[in-house]
Design a protein around this ligand. Structure first.
Ligand code: IPD
Ligand code: CA
Ligand code: CA
Ligand code: CA
Length: 271
């Protein structure tokens, strides 16, 4: 089997599907009709998330009937890692039909369609498309990372003092003893600043393109990370768990950076 040829054609397909889903979202974003609560008022889904997801599932199922699909609204959140493992080996598509639903609902133009493709659970293709800015990030294993056709690389910053970092959380899951509070405390006075931008897939892409120096997050789901981690790694960055081992989609903590600041970054957030 010629994997390179297969991966290149999978990337082309994922780009087409992400752009088509983005077009569907663009057409509906000014007339959202249904906002449903999932676990709580910080965990929402709209009919547009579902529409985008159904479109993607239908087309992938038709074009790649032998591949499995894991997607946020269809597979739920509680057992996402279990669901991921149970999908089995082979090729699978991991989809977030709108990453950044809260931004989407509030009219903040920072959300994306995220499509990752894995083989034997290892990410091989990543595509992230922001339909408002028309920014398309993509990468495939060993072939570099791109934004709208231009090659991207991670930031050249080599110390925490020059690092702009990002993270995320769900407000109603906040507990006073949350690790995040301690981490933010440790980072204040250590890094240049940090941001809460609300779309993990784009945080990863901005780390890949050097706008951010790094990103960390606890409790991401496979659909938040599958595409972005390929893009960061192909742009020369590093993505690990909190122990510094290569991040796997089953890990709880994700730490991504331009690689140069990684050790220092890890040391501060695991202090
Ligand atoms: C969320 C976003 C957010 C992150 C949350 C995710 P959703 O995804 O990526 O940035 O902090 O943990 O759940 O629900 O908007 O697809
Ligand atoms: Ca969600
Ligand atoms: Ca998401
Ligand atoms: Ca989502």
């Amino acid at each position: 089997m010629n994997f390179e040829k297969e991966e290149s054609s999978l990337l082309e397909a994922a780009i087409r599907y992400a752009k088509d889903a983005g077009q569907l979202i663009r057409e509906r974003m000014n007339g959202i009709q249904v906002i449903e609560m999932k676990k709580n008022r910080s965990d929402l889904v709209t009919e547009v998330d579902r529409y985008s997801e159904e479109f993607l599932r239908r087309i992938i199922h038709r074009e790649y009937p032998e591949h499995w699909i894991l997607s946020e609204e269809d597979n739920g959140q509680a057992d996402s890692f279990q669901a991921f493992v149970e999908k089995g080996p082979g090729c699978g598509w991991i989809i977030d039909p709108i990453d950044g639903t809260t931004n989407f609902i509030h009219g903040i133009p920072h959300f994306a369609v995220s499509i990752g493709i894995v083989r034997e659970w290892a990410p091989i293709v990543g595509v992230v498309y922001n339909p408002v800015t028309d920014e398309l990030f993509y990468a495939r294993k060993n072939a570099g990372a791109f934004r709208n056709g231009e090659k991207i690389t991670v930031s050249a910053a080599d110390c925490m003092e020059d690092a702009l970092l990002a993270t995320g959380f769900q407000a109603l899951e906040w507990k006073p003893d949350t690790r995040l509070l301690k981490q933010m405390n440790a980072l204040t006075g250590t890094c240049r600043s940090f941001r809460l931008l609300g779309a993990a897939s784009l945080d990863l892409c901005w780390t890949a393109s050097g706008q951010l120096t790094g990103f960390w997050h606890d409790g991401l789901h496979p659909w938040d990370a599958a595409a972005g981690i390929v893009i960061v790694r192909e742009a020369g960055g590093k993505v690990t768990n909190r122990d510094g081992a290569p991040y796997s989609l089953r890990d709880n903590t994700l730490v991504a950076s331009n690689s140069r600041i990684h050790e220092e970054f890890l040391a501060v957030i695991t202090r």
